[in-house]
Write a protein that binds this ligand. Structure first.
Ligand code: 2HG
Ligand code: ZN
Length: 460
């Protein structure tokens, strides 16, 4: 089958809006959000139903065409855009976007892959429940991408990664088989839990078309605080104090370095309400019961007395809480506007974070004098974004290796929540033990023997 025969076969499976081949229509689907990765495609295919996805994938299997699944395309690892030239289609899930059901008593919802995360959150909220995945890109990111990348975000500390919220999945396999595992069950030990293999595998094993997601009770009381802290060690003492006083209702605990605030002021015109400090913690606690404000006040008083914090503000209204979170959520954009940066999304055992940060900074200063580390992230999860701002033309691979060698020394991970995509595939090959890579290779061969699912991603 030549490519024009293949395209007419695809168009016979779809409605007229289902197939894009004009360069201008395809362009936004062929580049990632940071404009770091570009690729070519035969077409962008936009099915409306899981059955259409299955038919398209079967047609690709017959013609030997590779498939790049794409959700909101907000990922930071280049996982949702084609690698290399032509010979592949982008399978855009955005029209497959229904919320099939929300079950208040069962505390779950069934959602199609192309549903925007924020739309799903709003549907849960309307039913008096919370879908506890929260991240800066939630207005664009889609459920299929969230599941396929096992996305993290700011509430992992309390609710876990996306994986912990997936109760059931519907997937299309590489040969076009549609597998319906959309059970509305809390407990299901009947056989292999195969859905785990598709969560976080970034579309390299199959395509997620819908998911059953666990919801949690919607907290009625929320308290947000921004605190100046002398350093990461003090921040950890503060975290421990908050967990002693507030328990598991601490839902977010973010650490932000001073450089992030410089970038926010310079590039986004956003300013912190507290004075300059080498490090800042943004903390949130939520509860269905009252008393959380008092508990937070107690934490702050204790932290100030113990020298774990030197200054702080507790949001006095929902608007102020949103303003505090806006600072955190705009760091990525502020960094992008500043110039070239090399991102690292790393995790280490939580107690090692202060030592890791000091050592990674020192190693970077030695390897590349004058570079600046923009360090921010989810301290409560042991996950920091150690992003290095560099001059144009600097060797990015050297920057990656310098930071990741320190990560390896602390037995950490080179991707805590963003995934591998295209960006980190060479680093995964370098750092992951050979036995684990071989096991991953066996899974890949079992589910995608021809290597047509999202080629060039994860395993390279
Ligand atoms: C965040 O925590 C995101 O805001 C993005 O994971 C991190 O821009 C980044 O490096
Ligand atoms: Zn993050």
């Amino acid at each position: 089958m030549n490519s024009s025969e293949f395209l007419s076969r695809l168009s016979s499976l779809l409605d007229p809006r289902g197939l894009l081949t004009a360069p201008d229509d395809m362009a936004p689907h062929l580049v990632d959000w940071r404009r770091m990765f570009h690729g070519e495609a035969l077409a962008v295919v936009r099915p409306r139903t899981a059955q259409e996805v299955a038919a398209v994938v079967a047609a690709c299997a017959e013609a030997g065409v590779c498939i790049v699944p794409q959700g909101g395309n907000t990922g930071l690892a280049g996982g949702a855009v084609p690698a290399g030239e032509g010979g592949q289609i982008v399978l855009c899930l955005s029209r497959l976007n229904a919320i099939r059901s929300v079950d208040k008593v069962g505390m779950l919802m069934e959602v199609e892959a192309g549903c925007v995360l924020q739309t799903a959150q709003e549907a849960a909220t309307a039913a008096g429940r919370l879908l506890p995945v929260s991240l800066a890109a939630e207005g664009t990111a889609q459920i299929g991408g969230i599941v396929s990348t096992n996305a993290g975000g700011i509430n992992v500390l309390r609710y876990g990664m996306t994986r912990q919220l997936v109760l059931g999945l519907e997937v299309v396999l590489a040969d076009g088989t549609l597998v319906n595992g959309l059970r509305h069950l809390r407990k299901d030990n009947a056989g292999y839990d195969w859905k785990q293999v598709f969560i976080g595998s970034e579309g390299t094993l199959g395509i997620v078309t819908a998911a059953v997601l666990r919801l949690v009770p919607a907290p009625r009381h929320k308290v947000t605080a921004l605190l100046a802290v002398p350093g990461p060690e003090a921040a950890l003492a503060l975290l421990s104090r908050a967990q002693d006083e507030i328990g598991d209702q601490v839902s977010a605990f973010e650490l932000i370095c001073a450089l992030s605030f410089d970038l926010l002021a310079r590039n986004c015109d956003l300013r912190s309400p507290i004075g300059a400090s080498p490090w800042v913690v943004l903390m949130q606690a939520d509860s269905c019961l009252s008393g959380i404000d008092e508990a937070m006040e107690q934490v702050l008083t204790g932290a100030l007395e113990a020298g774990e914090a030197t200054d702080g503000v507790v949001a006095s209204s929902e608007t102020q809480a949103r303003q505090l979170w806006a600072l955190r959520e705009h760091i990525t954009e502020a960094e992008l506007r500043e110039g070239v940066s090399v991102k690292h999304d790393v995790s280490v055992p939580i107690a090692d974070m202060p030592a890791f940060l000091a050592e990674a900074e020192a190693e970077m200063a030695r390897a590349l004098p004058g570079c600046r580390a923009n360090m921010f992230g989810h301290l409560g999860d042991g996950n920091i974004h150690f992003n290095v701002l560099i001059a144009e033309g600097t060797d990015k691979a050297l920057v990656n290796r310098t930071v990741h060698d320190v990560v390896a020394k602390y037995a950490g991970s080179i991707s805590a929540e963003h995934g591998i995509g295209r960006y980190r595939a060479p680093e995964l090959a370098h750092y992951k033990p050979a036995t684990e890579l071989a096991l991953m290779g066996r899974l890949k061969t079992a589910l995608d023997p021809e290597g047509r699912m999202n080629p060039g991603k994860v395993l390279g």
